[in-house]
Ligand binder design. Structure first.
Ligand code: ADP
Length: 548
């Protein structure tokens, strides 16, 4: 017997409809790419997005067409998202931090018809346009004044398009399983692969993220999404902020400590979300300038593991609560958060911190399992490492155009490529990406854990651990440290700092000081590049003794 409730397709256009109807005057503030701070509202964004849908229709855009954006977080970018998705086209977010060659591959693979671009990226598109045969139009997200310096033949002006379209446009009206957006994984292994979200998956993910133990957003919040809209859906914030009616503060192209701090203070931001490196930059800036955080209450940090020093810094120096989150593009992206259970909440602050540093527990809608290499389920004892697999309505079932083949196991679970433990309280902890974990004498060593302790050393700006070849143990840990400007340190200082904080046999065999720890396109330490740079390096413990 079927239920008798209304069939109300879960399409994301309804999120902006809701924001317009019930939070219409709530502000959307952007640091524009041109420079000035620009103020708009959900009502204005709704009207402009509808006008833009009409303009896109005029350009021949049809349901299912891929329309790309190469842009920072701004109000215009938000309008483009809703205009594209609302009309049933697919919004394809491009990550400008990728190399031009990878961008071209992705654009051609997706067969993008139109690219919306910020002024910042006009030169790279102009240079590569001859290699992008499917792209019929470029829309520069600026006004007529901004178009003056644009050197991209045939480029259209965003504000002209908005002005030209009628505000009457019927959004939605299609199946909730219709594709809404497309985001490629950064391809640290092999070619990038497209994750194709549906309206339904994005809508359900929005409802999930609104939960108090997830993002917990309220109409009284002012949210600064530092996490870019081109990185895993901005962790859903472009939807959830509109759904909750939060004031939205878009940081544009400036994500450095001073610029983020300025907006946090001038706009009264209460909630923000970003990868750890952004927060490291902000904390360093605050300390150097004796800065304050007068309104910020909560930050969600994910994308890579949160070092203890960040959580303590926010808590002890600024009274800001950190929620550690884990997820991935394939999961829309939220997979787990470190919100306290009743039992953890009853613990003292230091014990709570141990759980806060883990990647946390899955919200409703995410199922998790740990397995060994023979697909046998592993215990949730907090120490047994295994492959982490997930299942849910906002988890990818396959990649665009069938790349990567069948990606689910017999039970419909997706292998995250991460290695993790789950403890008795249900807190999952990522020990590594499967390809980064160090296998030493048949046992596994977590590079993330060592890095996070090392980066807490007062002289360290950043740290990375990789496995280096060892004739007896196969691999042993090698710690690379980038010191803060002007600092000097010895290997023994760092080894002494790690002592007692990690198992003795996890102690790195060597410490090498480097000028920089390279970060990849999504802000994570680029271990592939580090391994490449260190390919001729030999551990002192692996060198043949003279005369042997
Ligand atoms: P990409 O794979 O394209 O670099 P994603 O954002 O999809 O970008 O990356 C997802 C991966 O990032 C996860 O599989 C995991 O390895 C890592 N990750 C995300 N959040 C965390 C976290 N809190 N701690 C450790 N690793 C994380």
């Amino acid at each position: 017997m079927l239920g008798l409730m209304q069939n109300w397709p879960l399409t994301v256009d309804k999120i902006l409809d809701h924001a317009k109807a019930w939070h219409g005057d709530r502000e959307i503030v952007s640091r524009s790419v041109e420079g000035p701070i620009v103020r708009s509202s959900y009502a204005a964004a709704h009207e402009r997005a509808k006008r833009l849908s009409n303009a896109l229709k005029g350009l021949g855009v049809q349901t299912g067409d891929r329309i790309a954006t190469l842009a920072w977080n701004t109000g215009r970018h938000l309008e483009a998202w809703y205009a594209i998705m609302g009309m049933g086209a697919v919004c394809h977010t491009l990550n400008p931090r990728l190399f031009a060659e990878q961008l071209c591959y992705i654009i051609n693979h997706a067969e993008d018809r139109i690219i919306f671009t910020d002024l910042t990226f006009v030169p790279i598109l102009a240079e590569n346009a001859p290699n992008l045969p499917t792209v019929k139009h470029y829309v520069v997200m600026t006004d007529r004044e901004g178009m003056k310096g644009v050197n991209l033949p045939g480029a259209l002006c965003f504000e002209d398009l908005v002005e030209s379209g009628s505000p009457d446009f019927e959004w939605g009206g299609f199946d909730e399983n219709t594709a809404s957006s497309l985001c490629y994984t950064s391809g640290t292994t092999g070619n990038p692969k497209g994750v194709l979200y549906s309206h339904r998956s994005n809508f359900l993910h929005t409802l999930v993220t609104l939960g108090v133990d997830v993002m917990g957003l309220s109409a009284t919040d002012t949210v600064l999404p530092v996490v870019p809209m081109f990185h895993a859906n901005a962790w859903g914030l472009a939807f959830s902020c509109a759904a909750a009616g939060c004031k939205l503060v878009m940081p544009g192209a400036k994500l450095d400590g001073p610029s983020v701090h300025e907006l946090l203070e001038s706009e009264g931001v209460t909630f923000s979300a970003a990868v750890p490196t952004v927060w490291l930059g902000l904390l360093q800036h605050l300390r150097a300038t004796n800065g304050k955080l007068s309104t910020l209450k909560r930050v969600v940090i994910g994308g890579s593991a949160v070092p203890e020093a960040i959580v303590r810094g926010f808590r002890d120096e600024f009274g800001v609560d950190v929620t550690h989150a884990w997820g991935m593009t394939e999961m829309s992206p939220m997979g787990s958060l470190s919100a306290p259970t009743a039992r953890v909440a009853a613990m003292g602050a230091e014990d709570q911190l141990r759980y806060k540093l883990k990647q946390g527990r899955p919200p409703l809608g995410v199922e998790m399992k740990l397995e060994d290499d023979a697909n046998k389920r592993l215990p949730h004892d907090g120490t047994t490492f295994g492959r982490l697999l997930v299942r849910g309505p906002a988890v990818a079932g396959g990649y665009f155009k069938g790349d990567g083949g069948q990606i689910l196991d017999d039970e419909g679970f997706f292998d995250t490529g991460d290695v993790a433990t789950i403890d008795e309280q249900g807190y999952m902890q990522i020990t590594d990406r499967a390809k980064d974990v160090i296998k030493s004498g048949g046992e596994w060593i977590s590079t993330i854990e060592i890095e996070n302790i090392a980066v807490g050393h007062e002289k360290a700006a950043n740290a990375a651990v990789i496995g280096a070849y060892h004739p007896k143990w196969d691999e042993r840990p090698l710690l690379l440290v980038q010191l803060k400007p002007g600092e000097q340190a010895t290997k023994d200082e760092f080894l002494a700092f790690l002592e007692g904080k990690i198992a003795k046999w996890w102690t790195p065999d060597d410490v090498v000081f480097v000028d920089d720890i390279p970060l990849g396109a999504t802000g994570k330490i680029d271990k592939k590049l580090i391994r490449d740079r260190m390919k001729d390096y030999v551990l002192p413990t692996a060198r043949t003794p003279v005369g042997a």
